[in-house]
Write a protein that binds this ligand. Structure first.
Ligand code: MTE
Ligand code: MO
Length: 376
């Protein structure tokens, strides 16, 4: 990939960066949380695990991940441009988009870096624990409908989505941009959303228009869309060829991050201790509940582990093929210290690991959640 190599070497020429540090602001760390991580964490919040009780995550509880600043967009003067390898370029106002045929789809989104901060050493970036996830109902125009109106040329290979937000990452000045293979872009359930949970898209979630790619990790769902460009060569922008890759070290080209891996989470039972957030609950019967999802193939089984002993949980149906499934399992809590865990298996047979294999950017983590509880 010569183009990607040239991008890498131009990054290396940046005098403010040391060789080999292309993606993270530093080497993965065994040290304490840094000020930079705290700064990212307060800008990008997670979904409190108790919100797993909701089928649909209220917008204010849905996780948030913004690389740069939230752009200020005057929707009255905003247009979406669709161009590149198409027969007719389109320029659409928000009004025009709202008049087009629409669909509403509940979709579970998870950040590809979810779970990153549980890794040792810890990749330095947004320091997610386990809660970088949420499920919203997205309403908007199917992307395939607009691409059909534009008329995609036969030699198109990818579609590039560019957001209005800009900044510098890995020493590279950029607007946030990602591509999808043409086959994915033409899926009937890929949506250009202007509503979230029935209300106008909030500024932090991409107002006035965002892409939602069901099944893929969140980075594919480009917010604050400004252009959609059909291309005849694979896109090599920073968020495609450098960030969001499974790699072993900074110089490993790695493989692209795409679909969400199977994962389950539990609502921590009982009440938290304010500072440590360790859980305390009364002895007796308690219903353990949570959610499970996978980008590729429906979740088929969730098991709950009580002190290492696994049994099958009851599974509810999901609201859509790309929304999480609720699970529950009754437990009679006996006094003492316990460790509760949950793990899901999807239709492909993939099951969550007990120990996570490490990668340089901390991508695609789906390690089993462990909840320590004290039963009184
Ligand atoms: N334009 C733009 N789109 C973006 C991002 C961004 O920083 N800029 N972040 C991406 C990432 S990494 C994730 S996980 C999701 C998060 O979507 P949410 O904040 O609505 O939960 O948005 C994606 N879309
Ligand atoms: Mo993300």
């Amino acid at each position: 990939m010569p183009k990607q190599m040239s991008r890498r070497s131009s990054v290396l020429k940046n005098p403010r960066r040391q060789a080999g540090k292309l993606t993270a602001p530093g080497e993965p760390s065994h040290g304490p949380l840094t000020g930079e991580e705290l700064q990212l964490a307060v800008r990008n919040h997670s979904m409190p695990l108790e919100a797993l009780r909701n089928d649909t995550t209220p917008a204010g509880l849905h996780y948030l991940l913004n690389h740069f600043d939230i752009p200020y967009i005057d929707a009255d003067n905003w247009h979406l441009r669709i161009g590149g390898a198409v027969q007719r370029s389109l320029e659409l106002s928000l009004r025009a988009l709202r008049r087009a045929p629409s669909i509403s789809l509940p979709v579970t989104l998870e950040c590809a870096g979810n779970g990153r901060s549980l890794l040792r050493p810890r990749p330095l970036s947004q320091p997610w624990m386990l809660e970088g996830v949420g499920t919203a109902t997205w309403t908007g125009v199917p992307l395939a409908y607009l691409l059909a109106q534009a008329g995609v040329e036969d030699d198109a290979v990818e579609v590039v989505f560019t957001g209005a937000d800009a900044g510098i990452q890995g020493g590279v000045r950029q607007q946030y941009a990602r591509s999808l293979p043409i086959g994915e872009a033409l899926r009937p359930d890929v949506v250009l959303a202007y509503r979230m949970n029935g209300a106008e898209l909030p500024p932090q979630h991409g107002y006035p228009l965002r892409l939602v790619v069901p099944g893929w990790y969140g980075m594919a769902s480009v917010k604050w869309l400004s252009t959609i460009n059909v291309v005849t060569k694979p896109f090599d922008g920073f968020q495609q060829s450098v960030a969001y890759r499974y790699q072993q070290d900074a110089d490993d080209a790695g493989t692209p991050v795409t679909w969400m891996k199977v994962r389950s989470l539990m609502v921590p039972p009982g009440v938290p201790d304010f500072f440590t957030r360790s859980r305390v609950l009364a002895a007796g019967p308690v219903m353990l509940t949570g959610r499970a999802w996978s980008g590729k193939g429906e979740v088929q089984r969730v098991e709950v582990g009580i002190d290492g002993e696994w049994s099958a949980a009851h599974l509810e149906h999901s609201a859509s093929p790309f929304a999480w499934r609720a699970w529950s399992m009754p437990w009679v809590a006996d006094p003492g210290e316990h460790e509760l865990t949950c793990r899901a298996t999807d239709a492909s047979g993939a099951v969550q690991p007990l120990e996570q294999a490490w990668n340089y950017q901390g991508m695609g983590n789906n390690v089993v959640q462990r909840v320590k509880v004290t039963v009184e």
